[in-house]
Design a protein around this ligand. Sequence first.
Ligand code: SF4
Ligand code: SF4
Length: 166
Amino acid sequence: MDLKKFRATAARKRKPLTAFLDKLDEIVPHDMPELVAKVDATVWQDINCMECANCCKTMTPTFTKADVKRIAAHLEMKPKEFMDKWLKKEEDSGDWVNTTQPCQFLVDNMCSIYEVRPADCAEFPHHNKKPFDLYNDTFKNNLIHCPATLTLVDRLKKIVEKEYEW
Ligand code: SF4
Ligand code: SF4
């Protein structure tokens, strides 16, 4: 994964893809779930997270109480000890997030706590959320972080603009 090239592509395509997602807030193709599933399958043929890890390098997951309890136990730590060492509370949202980026658990481009990783990480990049358009703001934000989301939205845009009344 050439992340330098991805960043340049994302910078170039962010505006038109954001405009597409904005419009998708108002006009949702009737077969959106099937279309997203079909296009998303093509995305994962071309993108390998193991060669990327850009989400772990540039973003932070939110840690729920259950995440903290599970991960701290896995690391043989007390939840408070775990939180004091690695987390901070975001002022605006009140979410518990990492203090540093890349994530402290990213080792050799892989998640060292994969089996017990936060639910937020397990669900990322949220392409299978339903309804898809409910997560448009998330996708807009992730266009510059996730090559898979950039590719999915780009491919959706091309298909929808060509084959649907739009
Ligand atoms: S916990 Fe694992 S999957 Fe989640 S951001 Fe950190 S390294 Fe990535
Ligand atoms: S989810 Fe997106 S940003 Fe994270 S590793 Fe996969 S392609 Fe990269």
